[in-house]
Design a protein around this ligand. Structure first.
Ligand SMILES: C[S@@+](CC[C@H](N)C(=O)[O-])C[C@H]1O[C@@H](n2cnc3c(N)ncnc32)[C@H](O)[C@@H]1O
Length: 286
């Protein structure tokens, strides 16, 4: 199999925004190396043979436009299947996440500290290694907000890491979906790896979910997507349901807060890491 390789140099402070934006475009892998200029990072993305490269480059331009930067030069090439996944695996080792968990790559022996719960993950080609700030913020919020009677929807489950954490924290039922069918397969395998019952996966998105059926909604997406999907988030959440909204850059916070309040939700908490923000909002009582 061959892959499309897209290479571009980005200012360090735009790196996460670009990677976050492209995570919704089915990126199969990304390498980060030093760029020749200081303050810049070279990002190398790999996309499958059927990817819409024009659309992907448009997404990149949108992020640059939004920050008032000149558009980058994006070079394209085609590479044959290589062992970058195997190479990457060598750098992915166990680490603590949140107050309660310890992420263990599925191919590693589990040496989990006694006061933490292991989450065994093989992210494959899905987002959700646990190393990204947006996942970490979501898990930290989840630890504080999930309750035993909750029905949880993990919208954009990627590797399934948040769905697994939700169930390990005692959520009654967990539904995990992704528009990327490969991610759904990866999530399913990870859920089974952690032997979690009461966790269901499906390929698709929030439009497949029944109205007022969700008590806790996990959205580690992008601000644009969360804003676009907000009427649907409102529809599926029960009155007094909680939404944990992550994947938001600080500069996008105001626009998101405006939408949240326009829908009559109350903002309970905001947590940040680096340039990322997560907002915890509660739906109004019907
Ligand atoms: C940033 S990743 C989050 C992965 C994981 N939940 C985590 O927190 O690490 C976002 C995921 O959302 C999926 N996605 C993008 N748009 C979506 C949509 N409209 N509905 C469902 N999933 C979506 C992507 O395929 C990707 O797997």
């Amino acid at each position: 199999m061959s892959w499309h390789q897209l290479t571009l140099d980005v200012p360090d402070d735009l790196k996460d925004a670009i990677v976050g934006e492209l995570s919704g475009e089915g990126v199969a892998g990304v390498w980060e190396t030093h760029a020749p200029l200081p303050g810049m990072t070279r990002l190398v993305f790999y996309f499958g043979p059927r990817s819409d490269l024009e659309r992907i480059e448009n997404e990149i331009r949108t992020v640059f436009d939004r920050s008032g930067r000149r558009n980058p030069v994006v070079s394209r090439s085609v590479v044959e299947e290589c062992d970058w996944t195997e190479e990457w695996k060598k750098s992915y080792t166990s680490f603590p996440i949140g107050d309660d968990f310890f992420v263990v790559p599925s191919w590693e022996e589990c040496h989990c500290p006694y006061d933490r719960l292991p989450i065994r993950i093989d992210p494959g080609q899905a987002f959700g290694t646990g190393t990204h700030e947006t996942t970490q913020l979501t898990i930290e919020a989840l630890e504080r907000w999930v309750e035993g009677h909750h029905i949880v929807l993990d919208l954009g489950t990627g590797s399934g890491i948040l769905a697994i954490a939700s169930r390990l924290l005692g959520a009654k039922e967990v539904y995990a979906c992704d528009i990327d069918p490969v991610a759904v397969q990866v999530a399913r395998a990870n859920i089974e790896r952690n032997a979690e019952n009461q966790v269901w996966t499906f390929s698709g998105s929030i439009d497949a979910v029944k109205s007022h059926s969700v008590r806790l909604l996990l959205c580690n997406l992008t601000a644009d997507l969360i804003i676009r999907l907000f009427p649907e988030l409102d529809r599926v959440l029960q009155p007094r349901g909680i939404a944990i909204l992550s994947g938001v850059l600080h500069e996008q916070g105001e626009e998101l807060r405006e939408v949240i309040t326009r829908f009559g939700f109350a903002i309970h908490e905001e947590i940040t890491r680096g340039e990322w923000l997560a907002v915890i909002a509660e739906k109004h009582v019907a």
